[in-house]
Design a protein around this ligand. Sequence first.
Ligand code: RP5
Length: 182
Amino acid sequence: LADKIRGKQSTHGISAPKRISQPLVGVVTGSISDQPHLEACYNILNDFGIPYERGIKSAHRTPEAMAEYARNTGFRGIKVIIAAAGGAAHLPGMVAAFSKSTPVIGLPIKPSIGDGWDSLVSMTNMPRGCPVLTVGVNNAVNAALGAARILAQWDQTIKARVEEYVNNAAAESLENDHKLLQ
Ligand code: RP5
């Protein structure tokens, strides 16, 4: 389970959203080229039983579609948005601007040129009043866990799964420590 959650081994491939109920998380990327970097995020959302939707909304190529999507997330019951983009990564900031009150987790993607620092600072250096809660470059695991922790504040099942994940990670770390001591 731990490997699957980290995206090292996926039994799902690039997993599809479970359309069992109203999506709570909206996952958007700036381009189809970002999608492979989201695999670990989708695996966690699937494993935790969190309904989500995914899409491609480009701040540069399809700004109107991106704005419409972001404006409507609140009405549609989306509680958290994960927005992933690389390079001139304006997507999370613009989604945060248009959605107004939905929390936006920014996932910087390493672009084909450079190490992803530009993607990262595009998301962290937002003006006051328009926060993007940013995780590390390509850290799709933390983006999903961040969304899960927000939802866990009012959903006991998700809370239990988040805590199980944390406990498993602790057990694995202690196990690794014991192996080194032997
Ligand atoms: C960004 O530009 C996307 O989020 C992507 O990370 C990057 C490159 O996009 P493509 O040229 O591969 O479509 O908007």
